[in-house]
Design a protein around this ligand. Structure first.
Ligand code: ADP
Length: 322
């Protein structure tokens, strides 16, 4: 009745923002991502007969409120399909800043789904595990399969799942996660999602997504890095335009965020190809080719306001460790 799992965070190249069904966390369109080697969660789940409520400890501190309810939602689903009624003790640790736009919810709920299913004695398929992870966090769906991943939006719990497009070794690109603010963001992603459709720009975004998903998949298939980079940077800016024009407006950027975005443009003029993509947070994910990793990292670390960088190489998905 006890199991431990590890899961990577992932960076979305096509973002998930806004829900078709907020309870099931069903998105409006497919999304594409890459799992990250340098940012992971390790979670142990133990079902204990003497507990009368689930207990969650994140980085040594007890989690209450919404954070604990989200964990119990995943555990309730596992209890429902396994018939096991016991409550669980969940001990989890993130190797990187929590709630800062580096997808701790993705790695957190993917690791939880894998550990809880195993602790309850279930042997679920990868597809099923990705649906279970989604109940805690939409982006967690994508941290289950390996490498480069597509999440199929679907229209029900069973049909909204992720699958691997390519193994981690398929393409030598890296995500240099550029931390300019390691503090917890002031507006959670869950709240941000609920505001998406208050932006006048949101219908235009939704209308463009099908074609954008196809374009990114084509650039991935052709390993066309400049095209890929242009597409993912534009997609991320589109997402942040939605956030900024929501009611109320959500502005995640800090002065150092803008400094990084501008520097990348200058470096591209010089021929050093690196592109930005950002989730809900101030930190910038800088995507570059493996051969340029050292040069780009050195330049990023020299910029004012950059606290540190974390290297994310394409990585395997969630897996059991014990
Ligand atoms: P992020 O950009 O880090 O994904 P979100 O606002 O989307 O930020 O999600 C952060 C929330 O995810 C946290 O407040 C917490 O509720 C949850 N979370 C983070 N890490 C874990 C974990 N290891 N296990 C369970 N829940 C977690």
């Amino acid at each position: 009745m006890k199991a431990t799992a590890e899961a990577p965070a992932n960076i979305a190249f096509i973002k998930y923002w806004g829900n078709a069904d907020a309870n099931l966390r069903l998105p409006h369109h497919n999304t594409i991502s890459m799992n990250l080697s340098g940012a992971k969660t390790t979670t142990t789940v133990e079902f204990v007969s003497s507990l009368d409520a689930d207990e969650v400890f994140l980085g040594g501190s007890k989690v209450d409120g919404t954070g604990a309810e989200r964990v119990s939602k995943v555990l309730d689903h596992i209890r429902k399909i396994s018939g096991n009624k016991q409550r669980a003790r969940v001990t989890t640790h993130n190797s990187f800043p929590t709630a800062a736009g580096i997808a701790s919810s993705a790695s957190g709920f993917a690791a939880l789904a894998v550990a809880a299913a195993s602790a309850a004695g279930l042997s679920l398929t990868e597809q099923e595990l990705s649906t279970v992870a989604r109940l805690g966090s939409g982006s967690a769906t994508r941290s289950i399969p390996d490498g480069f991943v597509e999440w199929h939006a679907g229209s029900s719990h069973e049909t909204s799942f992720a699958e691997s497009l390519y193994a981690p070794e398929y393409w030598d690109i890296v995500d240099i996660i550029t931390v300019v603010d390691a503090d917890q963001k002031k507006v959670s992603s869950t709240l941000g999602h609920s505001l998406a459709d208050t932006s006048l720009l949101y219908p235009a975004r939704l209308a463009s997504m099908k074609e954008k998903v196809e374009s990114v998949k084509r650039a991935l298939a052709e390993k066309d890095f400049p095209r890929f980079g242009e597409l993912i940077e534009e997609e991320s800016l589109n997402l942040h335009a939605i956030m900024m024009t929501s009611r109320p407006s959500v502005l995640y950027w800090s002065p150092a965020t803008v400094r990084v975005l501008q520097a990348l443009r200058e470096w591209r003029q010089e021929g050093l190809l690196a592109y930005s993509t950002m989730d809900a947070g101030a930190n910038v994910h800088v995507i570059t080719r493996g051969e340029d990793e050292t040069a780009v990292t050195q330049r990023l670390q020299a910029l004012k306001g950059v606290e540190k960088t974390i290297l994310g190489k394409p990585a395997a998905g969630a897996h059991l460790v014990k």
